[in-house]
Write a protein that binds this ligand. Structure first.
Ligand SMILES: O=C(O)CCC(=O)C(=O)O
Ligand SMILES: [Fe+2]
Length: 382
């Protein structure tokens, strides 16, 4: 085992990689970190087995150990990729339209990570499959030559080939990760990061007024209370944010925030107890202009803290539910009076906090609209 290449059979290398994992976990969505962890843990276990076989003089036993590891690696990589693809697919279900397509006026969804996740899964799969085919061919050729010349076979030969194989795999994983991170689209979180980071203090969500009315169950913090923390109103009025909403909504006239007297203008929706949800409904328009509901999800986690809650935003379209899991920082822009929509029931130990913003092209109200709005405020406990 004197070969320099055999460093890749050394458990210390994998332990060092384990140290790198928290950084990876911070850089990437959790499912990638899980896939990498499984991959590296498996490498640690299997390289220990391989080291044991390497000390053995029995060449066929070594070859068998080597083949097992090669096969196992393929299974682990395929499993990890399959798992990632499954999570990505589950999150993607129903996300088929963007601002450019037919329902642009009705609903737009901006989630910077969405394209990134899919692109990552596709690129890494293509790279890994191509690399897997190439390396498997090479290593099988090496194995054949070992079988033909059993006695001349040196450990360095197959350890070297195997190490190249593993090293190629790790380099492929890391370079594609870095490549994808460097070309990841500018996300909402990045664009508005300074503002978003000031929204971190969600302590006031704990004081949300809880109500149960016409099937709606959950908590809310009205604008009059939310204004005590200026960052929420700052985001609500931020020109760059409003431009983003206009572009997602496909709105030709400028959108305007509502005057501060409107409690629903900028409020927090707090889904914190099992069953918290809003059944199918249309948002009523209380203004003269065209009005949009904007949902910026701030917190969304399931019981494991790894994935999003069951409290997805769904719309009724073409005879079925179309749901968005709304990961943190995702933005739903909706023409709520023409889109039938709901929020699915929250499960136990889950939590979702949404900043709900209302923009309109004309905030004037008729007396009837003003009266109806007072009834809505009352039903929400505002
Ligand atoms: O929280 C959601 O996803 C939906 C909220 C909603 O529809 C509303 O507040 O009117
Ligand atoms: Fe709604």
């Amino acid at each position: 085992m004197g070969s320099a290449a055999s460093v890749f059979l050394d458990r210390k290398v994998y332990l060092a990689l384990m140290v790198a994992l928290p950084i990876l976990a911070w850089l990437t969505p959790p499912q990638f970190a899980i896939a990498f962890t499984v991959f590296i843990l498996w490498m640690i276990v299997s390289s220990a087995r391989l080291q044991k076989a390497a000390g053995d003089d029995d060449v066929p036993a070594k070859l068998a150990a080597y083949r097992r590891q090669l096969f196992g690696m393929m299974v682990v990589v395929a499993g990890a990729l399959g798992g990632m693809a499954l999570v990505t697919y589950t999150k993607m279900r129903g996300v088929v339209r963007g601002p450019q397509v037919e329902n642009a006026e009705l609903i737009g969804l901006y989630d910077g990570y969405r394209g990134f996740r899919l692109g990552y899964a596709v690129i890494i799969t293509v790279f890994s499959v191509l690399w897997g085919i190439l390396q498997t061919k090479r290593t099988l050729a090496c194995t054949d030559s070992l079988e033909l010349t059993k006695m001349q076979a040196t450990e360095d030969m197959w350890v070297g080939s195997h190490s190249k194989n593993l090293m190629g795999g790790l380099v492929t994983l890391w370079t594609t990760t870095l490549l994808m991170l460097s070309i990841a689209p500018t996300t909402l979180a990045q664009n508005l990061k300074p503002l978003m980071s000031t929204l971190g203090d969600l302590r006031m969500a704990a004081g949300a007024t809880r109500t149960q009315f016409l099937g709606r169950k959950g908590g809310a913090v009205p604008y009059s209370e939310l204004r005590r923390q200026p960052s929420f109103a700052a985001l609500y009025h931020h020109p760059q944010f409003i431009r983003l909403v206009e572009s997602v909504a496909g709105c030709t006239s400028p959108l305007r925030p509502l005057p501060p007297a409107h409690e629903h203008a900028c409020s927090l929706l707090v889904y914190s107890q099992e069953g918290d949800s809003i059944p199918y409904h249309y948002d009523r328009n209380y203004f003269q202009g065209k009005t949009f509901t904007v949902l910026l999800t701030l917190v969304n986690r399931d019981a494991s803290q790894l994935l999003t809650s069951a409290n997805a935003t769904c719309i009724w379209l073409e005879g079925g539910d179309w749901c968005w899991s709304t990961s943190p920082n995702s933005l739903v822009v909706m023409h709520g009076e023409s889109v039938l929509h709901k929020a699915n029931p929250l499960r136990r130990r889950e939590r979702r906090v949404v900043l709900s913003l209302v923009y309109t092209t004309d905030p004037n109200q008729s007396p009837l609209q003003a009266a109806r709005q007072r009834v809505k405020d009352w039903s929400w406990g505002f």
